[in-house]
Design a protein around this ligand. Structure first.
Ligand code: AMP
Length: 543
C-alpha cells in the first residue's frame, strides 16, 4: 500500500521560492569585485533568478546543458545557483585557482555551453577561451557599462544586459528530483580531475540536514558569512540551507584577507561564519595584535582540512566563539560529520569537552560510515583502532561523471581518509591514506605532528611529511612557516614536542620554509612539498 501524501519532487527552485515567500525581506549582502557593498533581499534575488532562467531559455539551452561559473561568493553567483539549476540546467562551478590548462580540460569534459565569470577572471578567460571548444556564450558578471571593450572573447555580454530585460515571473519546471543540478570537479593531485554530479534530491536533502541544530545549525535568526567559496562543493551547501531557513546571507566576494573578513563580520552583524582553517588563520593574525573583538559572531564551522586544536582554543577561549569542526568531501556534497557534543557530555569538564571537540565529529543522519582494515573487515569503534574510512548515503557519490570504473566497494564509497571512531560515534581523521607516515611498522599521524607545531606561539603553519629512512622505512619531518616577526629554533621546536606525543613520533627534523604550497581548495599540497624537498637528507641518527 502506498502512502497518501503529496508527491512533490525535491527541487532546488522550491528553496528560493520558499525564501522569497516566507522570508522575502531577509537580506543578502555582497562585497562586490568592484569593492563596494551590494544589498538586496531574497524576494529580489528570486525575481532575478527567474530572469536568469528566461535568459538561459533565450540562449536555447537544452534541459541538462551545463552552465559554468568562474566566480567569487556574491549575489549574481547566487542567482545562477537558482536560475541555472531551477530551470533544469546543470551549474558547473569551476575553481579559478586551478591551472588554466586544467580549467580548459574541465570545461571541455563537462561540455559547458555558457561561462559566466567575474571580471577579476577576465585574464584567465582570455587565456583559456580558445581551448574551450564547447562554450558558445560568455557572460561577464557586471553592469553593461563595465563590459570590457576589445576583450577578444567571442559572444561576450554583460550579465545585466543579458538577463536584465527578462520578465521577473516564471513557472519553474517540475521534473524528476534525481535530475542533475550542479557539478564540481575534485582537485585531484594525480591524474585528471573527476566530477561529482549532484542532483536536486541530493542537494535538497543535504540542505535539510546541514541546517539541523547538531549540524551547521542554520536558522532565520542567523546572519551567515560563507567564506568557503561557492566554487568549491557549493560552499558546503550554505546557499541552499540559507534559503531553506531564511537566514541572512553575507558574501565576502574576492576579499578574504583577515581585515576585510573582520570588517564584514562586524558591519553586517554576522553571527555565523564558515571556512577552511587557512582563512581563519588570516583572521586571527589580523585581530590579535590589535586586540580586536567580535561583537556578534557566535559560531564558526571549520573544515576542509584538520582544524588545529590551537585554533579551536583561540576562538573559544579568547573570543567566545564556538568552533564546529566539520569533515566532508566533494564526493559527499560535502558534509559527512560535524562535531557537536551530546546531552551526556554536559557534566564534563572544559578540558574533557575540548578533547571531543577536536575530533571531526559524528555522522549526520543521511551519512553512514565505517572503518575497515586492508582486507575490508570492519574495525571496532574504540577511538584507538584506525582504518580506511568508508561512507554511504543519499548525498554521496555513486559514480563520477563520465567515470569509467565503479568507485564503490560493496555500495560504500572509500574516502581515502584514515580514521578512528570512538564508542560514541565520534570520528577522528588520522590522515589521508597517502600521507600517513609508516615508521618501523607503526603509523604516525601527520595531522597530530602538525597540530603540536602550530600550538607553538611562533608557528604560523606546519606540514609534516615522511622521509625515506634506511632502518625505519620513513621518519617524519615538519616544514614550518614562522609567524611574522617571531622566532623559534629547530631545537626549541623539537623540545616543544617532548611530553606532547610519544618519543618515537617526534619529528626527526624541522625545515623552515617561507610558505607551504597550497592547492586550489586551500589544502596543503604535500606532493608539491615533497618535490620541493626532494634533495633533503635526514640528519644522521645518533643513538
Ligand atoms: P575536498 O573534496 O577537496 O573537499 O577534500 C576532501 C578531503 O579533505 C577529505 O577526504 C579529507 O582528507 C580532507 N578534510 C576535509 N575536512 C577535514 C577535516 N575537518 N579534518 C581533516 N581532513 C579534512
Amino acid at each position: 500500500m502506498l502512502g497518501l501524501m503529496q508527491n512533490q519532487p525535491l527541487l532546488i527552485s522550491s528553496l528560493i521560492e520558499f525564501a522569497a515567500r516566507h522570508h522575502g525581506d531577509a537580506e543578502i549582502v555582497s562585497r562586490r569585485v568592484e569593492g563596494d557593498i551590494h544589498r538586496y533581499t531574497y524576494r529580489e534575488s528570486a525575481r532575478r533568478s527567474r530572469q536568469v532562467a528566461h535568459a538561459l531559455n533565450a540562449l536555447n539551452l537544452a534541459f541538462g546543458d551545463r552552465v559554468a561559473t568562474l566566480a567569487w561568493n556574491g549575489y549574481r553567483h547566487f542567482e545562477l545557483y537558482y536560475g541555472v539549476s531551477g530551470s533544469g540546467r546543470v551549474l558547473h562551478t569551476i575553481n579559478p585557482r586551478l591551472h588554466p590548462e586544467q580549467i580548459a580540460w574541465i570545461a571541455n569534459h563537462a561540455e559547458d555551453q555558457v561561462l559566466c565569470f567575474d571580471l577579476s577572471f577576465l585574464p584567465l578567460v582570455q587565456a583559456v577561451h580558445a581551448n574551450c571548444t564547447t562554450i558558445k556564450h560568455y557572460i561577464a558578471l557586471c553592469d553593461a557599462d563595465k563590459l570590457p571593450a576589445d576583450s577578444g572573447i567571442p559572444n561576450l555580454q554583460s550579465y545585466e544586459s543579458w538577463m536584465g530585460g527578462q520578465p521577473g515571473d516564471y513557472d519553474w519546471p517540475t521534473f524528476d528530483e534525481n535530475t542533475a543540478s550542479s557539478m564540481c570537479y575534485t582537485s585531484g593531485t594525480t591524474g585528471h580531475p573527476k566530477a561529482a554530479l549532484y542532483s536536486h534530491r541530493s542537494s535538497t536533502l543535504h540542505a535539510f540536514a546541514a541546517a539541523l541544530p547538531d549540524v551547521m545549525s542554520i536558522s532565520a535568526r542567523d546572519a551567515i558569512l560563507p567564506v568557503v567559496p561557492m566554487f568549491h562543493v557549493n560552499a558546503w551547501g550554505i546557499p541552499y540551507s540559507a534559503a531553506l531557513t531564511g537566514a541572512k546571507l553575507v558574501f565576502p566576494g574576492p576579499a578574504m584577507d583577515g581585515k576585510s573578513v573582520y570588517e564584514l563580520i562586524e558591519a553586517e552583524k554576522v553571527t555565523y561564519a564558515a571556512g577552511v582553517p587557512t582563512v581563519w588563520q588570516m583572521l586571527l593574525t589580523h585581530m590579535k595584535p590589535q586586540g580586536l573583538r567580535f561583537s556578534t559572531l557566535r559560531r564558526t564551522v571549520i573544515g576542509g582540512s584538520a582544524c588545529p586544536p590551537a585554533m579551536i582554543k583561540a576562538f573559544n577561549d579568547d573570543y567566545g566563539v564556538e568552533v564546529l569542526h566539520a569533515w566532508g568531501m566533494t564526493e559527499m556534497s560535502p558534509l559527512g560529520t560535524l562535531c557537536t557534543l551530546k546531552n551526556k557530555h554536559d557534566s564534563l569538564s572544559d578540558d574533557e569537552k575540548m578533547k571531543i571537540r577536536l575530533k571531526q565529529g559524528r555522522a549526520i543522519y543521511g551519512v553512514d560510515m565505517k572503518i575497515v582494515d586492508s582486507a575490508g573487515k570492519e574495525l571496532p569503534w574504540d577511538g584507538k583502532t584506525y582504518g580506511d574510512l568508508l561512507v554511504k548515503g543519499p548525498w554521496i557519490i555513486r559514480e563520477y561523471y563520465k567515470g569509467t570504473s565503479d568507485p564503490l566497494v560493496d555500495g560504500w564509497f572509500p574516502t581515502g581518509d584514515v580514521a578512528t571512531i570512538d564508542a560514541d560515534g565520534y570520528m577522528q581523521i588520522t590522515d589521508r591514506s597517502k600521507d600517513v607516515i609508516k615508521s618501523g611498522g607503526e603509523w604516525i599521524s601527520s595531522i597530530d605532528i602538525e597540530n603540536i607545531a602550530v600550538a607553538h606561539p611562533s608557528v604560523l603553519m606546519a606540514a609534516c611529511i615522511g622521509m625515506v629512512h634506511p632502518k625505519w622505512d620513513e621518519r617524519p619531518i615538519v616544514a614550518v612557516v614562522k609567524k611574522p616577526g617571531m622566532d623559534v629554533s629547530r631545537d626549541e621546536l623539537l623540545a616543544f614536542y617532548e611530553g606532547k606525543t610519544a618519543k618515537w613520533q617526534i619529528p626527526d627534523d624541522v625545515v623552515f620554509v617561507d610558505a607551504i604550497p597550497l592547492g586550489a581548495t586551500g589544502k596543503m599540497l604535500k606532493t608539491r612539498l615533497r618535490e620541493l624537498l626532494k634533495d633533503y637528507q635526514l640528519p644522521e641518527i645518533q643513538k
